[in-house]
Write a protein that binds this ligand. Structure first.
Ligand code: ADP
Ligand code: MG
Length: 342
């Protein structure tokens, strides 16, 4: 990988109809991936978003060669993961979701062993440079077991970088980490990306996907439900909410407002869901004022990834998971399902 950009492919990763069914110990089966076709543009920060159990780690582990797919194909940096396994492996660095470090190895040893596994010649090793970049230089010779949780996570990233892969995949890099470390990890991912490395990260945090990723694929229960540039995904909803507080008390929705899909969400609160491409806030306000009503306050809200997620997964339509939808945290909590949102 001396010149990784030579013959660089258009897509850093490409999967086609990738599927996986696990056999369980009790003789049952779990369809973890059901035909996922993704294209990760070279140079992008790509988010694989979905709730716990969606199949994100399964997909990553197939790319890592840790899980054998049931059907479909996957290419990493143009190389088929089976037919050109060595090429595919050398192009990717994977940061696993679980911390899996040997407690008795020091960070320096962890990286040296990894470099050996990837046959990186001694002269080309960047052990200290990588440890420095991740703020671990002063811990180079400490036992891994003595590192804090955050340091271990950074060491896992360091480990994925020893063979200078053009594609780095991080599986839930920020799940359960504190705000400060999360900020550091985001900044580091950006630095890598600025250096031309394609980044793929899985997350169940909508906010993270929205802020970090150029392009997002959403999977839910093994099904791919979207794969688009982030702004396109968000604008796709073309949905905005206007909430108006009135001076007057209403017992029912005035008839002229029915046509505007207004809702009486409180005695003095009107909520409009509208498409900004077709209606303006001004138009809605004049309709309300035209009815002789007095507006004392108003608030607007753009659709965000959470709305898109809820709509695409059908979680906002009578699904038990949508319970408490009016609670602003409910959608995010539903997405996290079991893990608390930090
Ligand atoms: N080794 C396994 N054996 C059986 N089922 C598994 C195994 N690994 C994952 N699964 C199941 O596959 C589904 C997807 O899991 P996973 O890929 O870990 O999702 P995610 O990373 O999005 O949380 C889940 O239903 C999970 O229980
Ligand atoms: Mg996972």
């Amino acid at each position: 990988m001396s010149d990784p950009l030579r013959d660089a492919p258009e897509f850093a990763i490409e999967t086609e109809a990738l599927a996986k069914t696990y056999r369980t110990e009790t003789g049952g089966s779990v369809r973890a991936l059901n035909g996922v076709s993704l294209q990760v543009p070279r140079g992008s920060i790509f988010g694989l978003l979905g709730p716990n159990g969606a199949g994100k780690s399964t997909l990553i582990n197939i790319l890592a060669g840790l899980v054998v797919r049931s059907s479909g194909t996957a290419r990493i940096w143009g190389a088929d993961i089976d037919k050109q396994m060595r090429l595919a492996r050398s192009a990717i660095g994977i940061v696993p979701q679980e911390v899996n470090l040997d407690a008795f190895f020091s960070p320096r040893e962890v990286l040296e062993v990894q470099a050996g596994l990837y046959a990186v010649p001694k002269a080309e090793r960047r052990t200290m440079e990588i440890l420095e970049a991740l703020g671990l230089a002063d811990k180079a010779d400490a036992y891994a077991r003595s590192l804090s949780g955050g340091m271990k996570r950074r060491l896992l990233i360091a480990k994925a970088l020893v063979h200078s892969p053009p594609v780095v995949v991080l599986d839930e890099p920020t799940a359960g980490v504190d705000v400060e470390l999360r900020r550091q990890l985001w900044a580091y991912m950006r630095t890598l990306n600025d250096d031309g490395v394609t980044i793929v990260l899985t997350t169940h945090y909508l906010e993270e996907a929205e802020e970090m990723c150029d392009r997002i694929a959403i999977i839910d229960r093994g099904e791919q439900i979207a794969c688009e540039d982030t702004p396109t995904l968000i604008s796709r909803l073309d949905q905005r909410t206007l909430t108006i507080t009135l001076e007057e008390t209403l017992t029912r929705l005035p008839a002229p407002l029915i046509a505007f899909e207004a809702e009486l969400s409180g005695e003095r609160t009107l909520t409009f869901r509208f498409s900004p491409s077709r209606t303006t806030v001004g138009e809605l306000l004049s309709v309300v004022q035209g009815l002789g009503l007095t507006v004392v306050d108003l608030a607007t809200r753009d659709a965000d990834l959470e709305d898109i997620f809820l709509r695409l997964t059908g979680m906002d339509e009578g699904d038990s998971r949508s319970a408490g939808r009016n609670d602003p945290q409910a959608g995010a909590a539903a997405l996290a399902r079991t893990e608390p949102k930090i």
